[in-house]
Design a binder for this molecule. Structure first.
Ligand code: NOJ
Length: 751
């Protein structure tokens, strides 16, 4: 936009008195603020993790004496990881009754894909392309979370992810900016509902602001280098869209952006978020990301770190204790203005006011409601529906699926595993509480004779903070039994993948094939029975070259949550016709990463000739193994050519694209019709394709349906060479199809 990063930093340092004071003034908040001492103000900006759960490095220090004393003397404004209405009420009571002004705490927790009822991991759920569904699952998560006395989730994560080595791609919505923004809005609406003060809605958090998904080499917490155009056009839109729909809070990211850590980045927080977007919510740091300004090497000590972070616009310090230890002195010495401090405190108090906590600090602590709300039948039904809609059919050679045989072998270390499908970031889920694939199959297909063999072991243990992955073992003793059951079966279902804690925070991998002995097991089974349906459970795209070349049917089943086994059985048996489409490309090899559909053309794109001087790897095809937007169905859909109502569009008008999709099969099925646009010549280089619309719709067997898309100025706008936002005249190509790699095109000119 107007400022370059380094310049923004200089400006913010010069004008530390500027606080982007855009919060709407609430009487109760103002009255409280006017009564607060400096210590009390600082206290509101301090957040501690209390309770047995550790979601970041450190001792389980939550209950140490110092912290407890701070809690009782008004030096803590918020806690995370305190669960249960009873625990919450007790802690709230201590704080309200023992502090001078009795300002209640706000309780936060990572509710990423459900609280007790667990929905598919967000990456999996994004493959449903079903915004209503994603809003609904967030809604249920909010109902359960709020009943357990928590009013604030640190979700949705909206980091665009192009690197499957990064374990946190499981938490996001994949590689696309447009889809990511649509999904972020749906999830925010689901969590927050229409009234934040209602007891069954919770505050959401747009995280991680910004650039975290682009950590170098997919290594978590690593540095990020990216130009400002890419930041604005690729990374920022989901955040901007969430701010526009009123997301209550933002969270910083751990990374630096071209040398400036996000937590102390005034360009991101003051200029963009609180300035241009006039955001009036609150910004929380990530876990000790204020303290981490020291190892980043931009602050010498916590005093400097606190000064930089608050002046940059980080309002609350999660687990860093940098604010509580230093802010008072910083204000007294004039290094942080009272204006800046008041603005941060006002944002925290406003959050509490919006949640209704200032009126009734205990309104969320209702044990009867808690007992009644968890894992209700309708929550589990929704979890099953979400899970089956998230499944992506990657291959179905010879229509091996839906299953036909009566003697089916189920093989693999995950087939009876009731824990892996819950995935990482499982909030308050009970361990081993998912329906396993074997349970789902035996219950869903009672006429079939299922046999079972584990084949090999695969476990990295319960939430494992250790560095060593204990999945490598040489125990092939289960192979013989697997081969025996495979031999006598008509069809073999192999259930392989990653254990739950192999993806998620800090779970980066440098190789992303099937871990352990699984591929070897698969090859051995393949030698005796080639009718294999491979069911994958994983938290990221995997490299599955041999599998894709040889195995006739492949089903991507992610970590699908509480009802995983039933949902997969619904798809394998044909009770549910798969409709999921990938939101993140599957690479052919690690060396190909990042491989994503909306790349730039380069000056030397492939010409189709054999001449070597063009952009490519010599040893692997340029395309991904499975592209963005791809997914099969038991139906067969065909697309008519795409037509545009006009060949010229003028500013302020829209142009309509039309396509007819026919279901040429005997099976009713849902299709995700996708619209992409290419801006052929721009003031900066533009992506070869950009998703700009989609519609998911049921098309009955034999039916033809027309789909129309309105192409508006907004869809054609981007941050241009001079960082202004808008369109540029010229030629545009419009593409419609069932995936980013199977498209028909038409073109128009923007005058
Ligand atoms: C660190 C993670 O990066 C963040 O996403 C999470 O919300 C916090 N820990 C709190 O658990």
């Amino acid at each position: 936009m107007k400022l370059n990063l380094p310049l923004a930093l200089v400006v913010a340092i010069l004008i530390t008195g500027c606080s982007n004071d855009s919060t709407k003034k609430d009487n109760k908040v103002e009255e409280l603020l006017s009564q607060m001492t400096l210590d009390e103000k600082v206290g509101q900006l301090n957040q501690y993790a209390v309770g047995p759960e550790l979601t970041g490095p450190g001792e389980k220090t939550g209950q140490t004496k110092v912290r407890y004393d701070q809690l009782l003397s008004g030096q803590v404004g918020s806690v995370l990881n305190v669960l249960g209405a009873k625990n919450g009420r007790e802690m709230q009571k201590q704080v309200v009754e023992n502090t001078r002004l009795g300002i209640p705490l706000v309780f936060g927790y990572d509710v990423i894909h459900g609280y007790k009822t667990i929905f598919p991991i967000p990456l999996g759920e994004s493959a449903s392309w079903d915004l209503e569904l994603m809003e609904a699952t967030a809604r249920v998560a909010a109902v359960e979370t709020s009943a357990a006395g928590v009013q604030w989730t640190f979700a949705p994560m909206m980091d665009v992810g192009r690197d499957p080595r990064w374990g946190r791609v499981m938490e996001g919505a994949g590689e696309d900016t447009y889809l990511g923004a649509e999904i972020a809005k749906a999830r925010v609406k689901g969590f927050q509902g229409s009234d934040l003060s209602s007891t069954n809605t919770i505050a959401a958090c747009a995280k991680h602001f910004a650039g975290y998904g682009f950590s170098e080499s997919g290594k978590d917490y690593n540095n990020v280098y990216m130009g400002q155009h890419m930041l604005l056009n690729t990374v920022i839109p989901p955040f901007k869209a969430s701010a526009a729909v009123g997301v209550a809070t933002f969270m910083n990211s751990f990374n630096d952006l071209d040398g400036i850590p996000s937590t102390a980045n005034p360009y991101l927080l003051r200029d963009l978020l609180k300035g241009d977007w006039k955001y009036d919510g609150m910004v929380v740091s990530d876990w000790n990301s204020v303290g981490e300004l020291i190892p980043h090497g931009v602050a010498r000590n916590k005093y400097e770190a606190a000064r930089m972070a608050i002046n940059a616009g980080s309002d609350m310090d999660m687990e860093g204790a940098a604010y509580v230890e230093n802010l008072k002195q910083l204000v007294e010495k004039g290094e942080v203005s009272m204006n800046v401090l008041d603005d941060a405190v006002r944002r925290v108090l406003t959050l509490k006011q919006r949640l209704g906590l200032l009126d009734d600090p205990y309104k969320y602590f209702d044990e009867a409601r808690e007992a009644e709300q968890m894992m209700k039948k309708e929550h589990l039904d929704l979890a099953r529906d979400a899970a089956r809609k998230s499944i992506v059919l990657l291959k179905n050679q010879g229509n091996l699926l839906p299953l036909k045989g009566k003697r089916i072998a189920v093989i693999g270390p995950l087939a009876k595993d009731k824990d892996t499908p819950i995935g990482n970031w499982r909030a308050a889920a009970d361990p081993n509480s998912a329906v396993s694939l074997f349970e789902g199959l035996t219950e869903g297909m009672p006429d079939v004779n299922f046999t079972y063999a584990e084949g090999c072991k695969l476990s990295i243990g319960p939430n494992n903070f250790a560095n060593e992955l204990q999945i490598e073992n040489n125990d092939r003793s289960g192979f013989a039994e697997a081969i025996r059951v495979a031999r006598s079966a008509e069809v073999v279902i192999m259930n392989l993948g990653e254990p739950a804690y192999m993806s998620g925070e800090a779970r980066s991998r440098s190789e992303i094939g099937l871990p352990g002995l699984q591929l070897e097991l698969l090859k051995e089974v393949y030698k005796v029975n080639k009718n294999i349906v491979l069911v994958l459970m994983n938290g990221r795209p995997l490299t599955i070259e041999w599998e894709s070349e040889n195995i006739p049917a492949i089903v991507e089943a992610w970590h699908l949550g509480s009802m995983a086994g039933h949902a997969i059985a619904d798809v394998l048996s044909g009770k549910y016709n798969p409709s999921g489409k990938l939101t993140m490309s599957f690479p052919r090899s690690v060396g190909q990463i990042p491989v994503y559909y909306n790349h730039k053309m380069t000056g030397r794109p492939s010409t189709g000739s054999n001449m070597v001087f063009y952009t490519h790897h010599m040893d692997v095809e340029r395309s991904p193994r499975y592209p963005f937007g791809y997914g099969l169905s038991y139906s067969i859909f065909s697309y008519s050519p795409v037509t545009l109502i006009d060949s010229v569009k003028t500013a302020g008008t829209s142009i309509t694209a039309k396509v007819t999709v026919t279901n040429n099969s005997a099976a009713d099925g849902e299709e995700v019709v996708q619209l992409y646009i290419r801006d052929v010549v721009g003031s900066i280089t533009r992506p070869v394709l950009e998703l700009k619309g989609f519609q998911k719709s049921m098309i009955k067997a034999g039916e033809s349906k027309e789909f129309t898309f309105e192409i508006t100025d907004e869809l054609l706008s981007f941050y241009r060479r001079d960082f202004s936002f808008g369109t540029e005249p010229g030629e545009f190509e419009v593409f419609v199809g069932p995936s980013s790699a199977q498209l028909q095109s038409a073109s128009f000119t923007l005058k």
